[in-house]
Design a protein around this ligand. Structure first.
Ligand code: THU
Length: 136
């Protein structure tokens, strides 16, 4: 699957965004190494802090279905340039993505870039920092 195809899955998922507070709809699509696509949208809440971003929705859907290895992620929003994932989502990506795995950041205006988690979150805190890392 190409980056463009994965971005169009993210655009489709964006239509389901639940955004009564910000009005800012985001869509994401995570491709597992075994070829399955898990889509996600942002889901807001009257208690704003428990809002879930589109990226984490897609990644958590995949993880909860047993996926542990990812091949790519696409994210899209109505931004002038490529959408910039929030810090919490970058930390979740660092947990599950290989440093060089392609991440496609798009916009409804057509802008798009390919990046990777090692660039989005250099120096990430990961299991390597933990003493009991071998337990996992
Ligand atoms: N949001 C995402 O879903 N992903 C991002 O990468 C940035 C922010 C959501 C959270 C909230 O629902 C809205 O965008 C405005 O912050």
């Amino acid at each position: 699957m190409t980056g463009k195809e994965l971005l169009s899955k993210a655009e489709e998922a964006r239509k389901n965004a639940y955004v009564p507070y910000s009005g800012f709809a985001v869509g994401a699509a995570a491709l597992s190494k075994d070829g399955r696509v898990f889509t996600g949208c942002n889901i807001e809440n009257a208690a704003y802090g428990v809002t879930n971003c589109a990226e984490r929705t897609a990644i958590f859907k995949a993880i909860s279905e047993g996926v542990r290895e990812f091949a790519a992620l696409a994210v899209v929003a109505d931004t002038a340039g490529p959408v910039s994932p929030c810090g919490a989502c970058r930390q979740v990506m660092a947990e599950f993505f290989e440093p060089d795995m392609p991440i496609y950041l798009g916009s409804m205006q057509g802008a798009g870039i390919q990046t990777e988690i090692k660039s989005l979150l250099p120096g990430a805190f990961t299991s390597k920092e933990l003493k009991h890392k071998d337990d996992y």
